[in-house]
Design a protein around this ligand. Structure first.
Ligand SMILES: Nc1nc2c(ncn2[C@@H]2O[C@H](COP(=O)(O)OP(=O)(O)OP(=O)(O)O)[C@@H](O)[C@H]2O)c(=O)[nH]1
Ligand SMILES: [Mg+2]
Length: 334
């Protein structure tokens, strides 16, 4: 395949976002070609400087001869143009660079939906030949964590806060980090944030126990793979993204994590990630099928019963499931 133009890629990605069957057909053909790019998730609290850092990393990676794609999920700043002027000027050169592809995804699908399209978009960019694919998400909830998990390497960006208040801990995203960055190191309190993060890391033992999750066991709970097996020390790095300070160390750490994965840890992690992805897709399909089969009137009646507190939501869900299995029992097996 010749390398697709940015315009062709943009069209394919729109198709993926819209669930267009043609786009999915193309993606299936491309899937076998993917697997070469390094997919890097960048997440963290709103305004911590993720986009600025990704832009700085991209410039540096370009100077090292790598091509870069950036997917920004639900952005509120730079990549969509909502940024202050200085940021926008700095972003423009990236937009004009042939070796850089930038895409924003603003549509908020249902839980899982956005993770699914992000995974597909990453495959498209990977197959299209980009060396590095950055996926920026705002680390604020379950959906964002699912999106970040599409990546092989996850960078969590923190900014110095008030006192010891670490947003990443509050949002529950610290545990998925492979690399921690304290950005805005020019601000008051950066050292304190660094040591608070280091302390939190020292406390948390990697949960290698989830690694052996195989087969239908994984379906009992949509459980994410343990992010950090033994052998990888999570670095805590300091940056001033607006000035490019410390960015080289972050890009080096990203490359080192890739090497670490390539030396063996990656195979197990890739298997876990794909198992997780298949499980999420199965959950979505099951729910979709259930919603198609459930009679709307019955559904409404059960919700009403919950509103009237005559029925517990768990029992409503169970009643719907029971009705589905009775339906399935009547459906002859082909
Ligand atoms: N002082 C200082 N400001 C920074 C630094 N990095 C980014 N900023 C500024 O912080 C603001 C937010 O930066 P963004 O890169 O948009 O942050 P973000 O995390 O991508 O924001 P969202 O995508 O909206 O969550 C911008 O005005 C940046 O110029 C830094 O190292 N120091
Ligand atoms: Mg941003």
């Amino acid at each position: 395949m010749s390398r697709p133009s940015k315009r062709e890629l943009a069209r394919l990605i729109t198709g993926i976002e819209n669930g267009d069957p043609n786009a999915l057909r193309t993606l299936r053909e491309w899937y076998g070609r993917a697997g070469r790019a390094h997919i890097v998730g960048v997440t963290g609290a709103p305004g911590s400087g993720k986009s600025t850092l990704v832009a700085a990393l991209t410039r540096l990676a370009r100077s090292r001869g790598q091509t870069v794609a950036i997917v920004s999920v639900d952005p509120s700043s730079p990549f969509t143009g909502g940024a202050i002027l200085g940021d926008r000027i700095r972003m423009r050169e990236l937009f004009e660079d042939e070796g850089v592809f930038i895409r924003s995804m603003a549509n908020r699908g249902a839980l899982g939906g956005i993770a699914r399209s992000t995974a597909d978009i990453a495959v498209a960019l990977d197959a299209a030949g980009y060396d590095l694919v950055f996926i920026e998400t705002v680390g604020a909830g379950q959906a964002e964590v699912e999106v970040a998990r599409v990546a092989e390497t996850i960078v969590v960006v923190e900014a110095p806060g008030l006192g010891d208040d670490i947003q990443a801990i509050k949002a529950g995203i610290l545990e998925i980090a492979d690399i921690l960055v304290v950005n805005k190191a020019d601000r008051e309190g950066a050292e304190r944030t660094m040591s608070a993060l280091q302390a939190a890391l020292d406390l948390s033992t990697p949960s290698a126990g989830t690694a052996g999750h195989h087969g239908p066991g994984a379906l009992r709970r949509v459980e994410a793979p343990a992010a950090n097996a033994a052998g990888w020390r999570i670095p805590v790095l300091k940056t001033i993204a607006t000035e490019g300070t410390g960015v080289e160390a972050v890009l080096d750490a990203i490359a080192r994590h890739r090497q670490y994965l390539d030396q063996g840890a990656g195979a197990q992690r890739r298997a876990q990630r794909l198992e997780y992805e298949v499980t999420i897709r199965l959950r979505d399909l099951l729910l979709k099928r259930a919603m198609q089969q459930i009679e709307p009137a019955r559904y409404r009646a059960l919700i009403e019963a919950c509103i009237a507190r005559e029925l517990h939501p768990q029992d409503a869900a169970q009643a719907l499931l029971n009705a589905l299995s009775r339906e399935a029992d009547r459906t002859p097996v082909e």
